[in-house]
Structures are given as structure tokens and as C-alpha cells.
Design a protein around this ligand. Structure first.
Ligand SMILES: Cc1ncc(COP(=O)(O)O)c(C=O)c1O
Length: 364
């Protein structure tokens, strides 16, 4: 049996007819930038996230970068973020001219450890950027309490967890500003690059609408040195189609994850652990094994595609040599980079496919 890591076959079939109708509407509208499709999607996505406002931008990296800019975070400021995140979280801080300060994750949930955040705060710290990694919400109540006590802002990186919650409150609704990504493989994925910022703050929402459009509210009058980062009108229209199914799709991801959990329980691999107060929307199903590379090779030989999220932690990337951090400085992130393996998980994945993967993981 051949099992891809990700497949759009079922999802695309399910939405094809609606997508074609939306495309025709978009085509006929003759308004291809900042049109009705975007306005509608922003309203729907804000409601989905439990936030008052959503501002569509070009991609997830821009969402995080523009959030930092809108909050006035820049040169000399320190921003706390997890040591095991995807590089985009760190790049956003660098683009803003601020300094990324890595904090280790909890070894069980892989999300940033609130206790360690406290230890990393100093007079230069301005913001905390928790990342809801692999789809599981971070301990947001705890993180927001720490931020409040220390006068810091919170920017959630919600690229991987649209629809997850912590104590019943949705990710993307905790922070002052929250960035998300609609990269095609995300739980809510576009047909190209796309992203959004969510917030409950009307003045920040207004500022971001201006910042994403050359820093201009009125055409040819510029308030800020802005950017061109608008969520593409066509992508927004098509995202609305998918958004209507996201709750159901997230449930299906949970069903697949539960089946994986049952079939891998008691095996030699470490299966995901979800904190009691949080939920996961299983953007990824990540296991751990000491002989990860050999396991990956073995699964490949059985026709099963897997990926590693992520093989090198940000502090060991060549791009970040200038930070002066070295191997051994963030042992949890380094261990995770050596041991994690993401198994196939996609909408339409059958029980038979999950069983086949588990059979071979257990055989290894
Ligand atoms: C955790 C995280 N942050 C940020 C991003 C950046 O999103 P994008 O690829 O849309 O720029 C991604 C996804 O790629 C991500 O997984």
C-alpha cells in the first residue's frame, strides 16, 4: 500500500462544485484586490476565531511580522518564543529588528513552558509569542497571566491550530494580536499563500488594515511606511468555502488521531500528549522514537511517507549563527529535532490506511 503524507484528493472533490461557483463570482466581480470576497471572509474568520476582527494578509509570516510592527516592537526589544518552532516565528521577530529569545518547550506537549517564560523575562522583554505547535493550544491562561503581570504583549502564532482551545477559549482570541497561516497544507489551507491577523482591539485592527496596504488609508496618502501584504481576493473567496467545513474537518482529524493513539498505545514510540486544559486540532500527528531516522527509512520502504517537523531547531540554523547560541543550549528542542516524526494525516484518510501505518510502526 502507498500512503502519502498529505492528500487533497477527498477534500478537493468535496468542495469542487462550490469552488467553481465562487471562482465565477470572483471573475465576474471585476474587483480583484480588497473586494467583497475578502471583507466577507474576514468577518467569517473573526467569528470562527472568537475574535472581533480579522485582517487578511499575504501569508503567515507577514501576519506575525505586521503584528510586531503594529505593536511598535523593534530595535533592541526582546521577544520570547519557543526554541522548537518553525523558522517563520523567528524570522518575523528578526524582520521587526527585535531579538528572538528562545524558551524551551514542555517535553510532553511540545508547547512553550510557561514557567521557563518567567525565567527569561528582563527589562528588554516586550512580547511573548506562543506557538500552538502541531495543532495543540498552549497554556494560554497561564501565559496571559504572566504577560499581564509583567506588562508584556502576547502575539499568538496560530498557524497550526485554527479551531483549538484552551479552557474553552479559542486560539487566536487570547493575544493582543494573533497571526495565522492559510498555507495549503494547514487545517484551513488556501490554494496558494495567504494569512490573517485576529484581534479584539479596534484601533490595532485599523492600523493593520492600513499597514498591509502601503501604510495608506486614503489612496496616495501614506501615514506609515507600510507593506503590500493583502490577502488575495480569490484566495479569500475560496477560503470561505473551506471555512464552512473546518469544524467538521477538525473533528475528522481528531478521529484519525484517536485511532492512531489506540493502535500505537503500548508501542515503543511516544505518542502525542494533550494537556488537560487544552485541545488539539491535530494539524500534525507527531510521534517520537530514539531511532527516528531508521524508523522513517523503514516506513518509506513500506510505502509510507512521513516528514520531520523540524529537523534543525532555529538556534542551530546557519541563518542564526549571529545570535551566539550553540549546540547544547536548548537540549529539549535539540532532542525533539532528533526524535520527532510526523505520520500521514489528512482529510479522507481511511481506517485501513491508519491501521497499515500503525502495523508497520509497531513492526519496526
Ligand atoms: C508555526 C508557523 N508559523 C508561521 C508559519 C508561516 O506561515 P506562512 O508559510 O503562511 O508564511 C507557519 C507555516 O508555514 C507555521 O507553521
Amino acid at each position: 500500500m502507498k500512503i502519502p503524507f498529505l492528500s487533497f484528493d477527498v477534500i478537493n472533490k468535496e468542495i469542487e462544485a462550490e469552488v467553481m461557483i465562487e471562482f465565477k463570482k470572483f471573475f465576474d466581480s471585476k474587483r480583484y484586490i480588497l473586494g467583497e470576497g475578502l471583507m466577507e471572509f474576514e468577518k467569517k474568520y473573526a467569528a470562527f476565531s472568537g475574535a472581533k476582527y480579522a485582517i487578511g494578509v499575504g501569508n503567515g509570516l507577514d501576519a506575525l511580522h505586521l503584528s510586531l510592527v503594529a505593536l511598535g516592537i523593534g530595535k533592541g526589544d526582546e521577544v520570547i518564543l519557543p526554541s522548537n518552532t518553525f523558522i517563520a516565528t523567528v524570522l518575523a521577530v528578526s524582520y521587526a529588528g527585535a531579538i528572538p529569545v528562545f524558551v524551551e518547550p514542555d517535553i510532553h506537549t511540545y508547547n512553550i513552558d510557561p514557567q521557563r517564560i518567567v525565567e527569561a523575562i528582563n527589562s528588554k522583554t516586550k512580547a511573548i509569542m506562543p506557538v500552538h505547535l502541531y495543532g495543540q493550544a498552549c497554556q494560554m491562561d497561564e501565559i496571559c497571566r504572566i504577560a499581564n503581570e509583567n506588562g508584556l504583549v502576547v502575539i499568538e502564532d496560530n498557524a497550526q491550530a485554527q479551531g483549538a482551545n484552551c479552557n474553552g477559549k479559542l486560539t487566536g482570541s487570547f493575544g493582543h494580536l494573533n497571526g495565522t497561516s492559510f498555507y495549503p497544507g494547514k487545517n484551513l489551507g488556501a490554494f496558494g499563500d495567504a494569512g490573517a491577523i485576529t484581534t479584539n482591539d479596534s484601533s490595532l485592527a485599523e492600523k493593520l488594515r492600513v499597514l498591509r496596504n502601503y501604510g495608506s488609508e486614503r489612496k496616495y496618502y501614506n501615514e506609515y511606511i507600510g507593506y503590500n501584504s493583502r490577502l488575495d481576493e480569490l484566495q479569500a473567496s475560496l477560503l470561505s468555502v473551506k471555512l464552512g467545513r473546518l469544524i467538521e474537518w477538525n473533528k475528522e482529524r481528531n478521529r484519525i488521531a484517536e485511532l492512531y493513539g489506540n493502535l500505537l498505545d503500548g508501542s515503543k514510540v511516544v505518542i502525542p500528549r494533550i494537556a488537560e486544559s487544552c485541545t488539539s486540532v491535530y494539524h500534525l500527528y507527531v510521534i517520537r522514537h530514539k531511532k527516528r531516522d531508521k524508523l522513517q527509512e523503514y516506513l518509506k520502504s513500506k510505502g509510507i511517507d512521513t516528514l520531520i517537523h523540524y529537523p534543525i531547531p532555529p538556534h542551530l540554523q546557519q541563518a542564526y549563527r549571529s545570535l551566539g547560541v550553540k549546540k547544547g543550549d536548548f537540549p529539549i528542542a535539540e532532542r525533539l529535532a532528533d526524535e520527532v516524526l510526523s505520520l500521514p494525516l489528512f482529510i479522507g484518510m481511511t481506517e485501513e490506511q491508519v491501521s497499515y501505518v500503525c502495523h508497520h510502526v509497531n513492526q519496526f
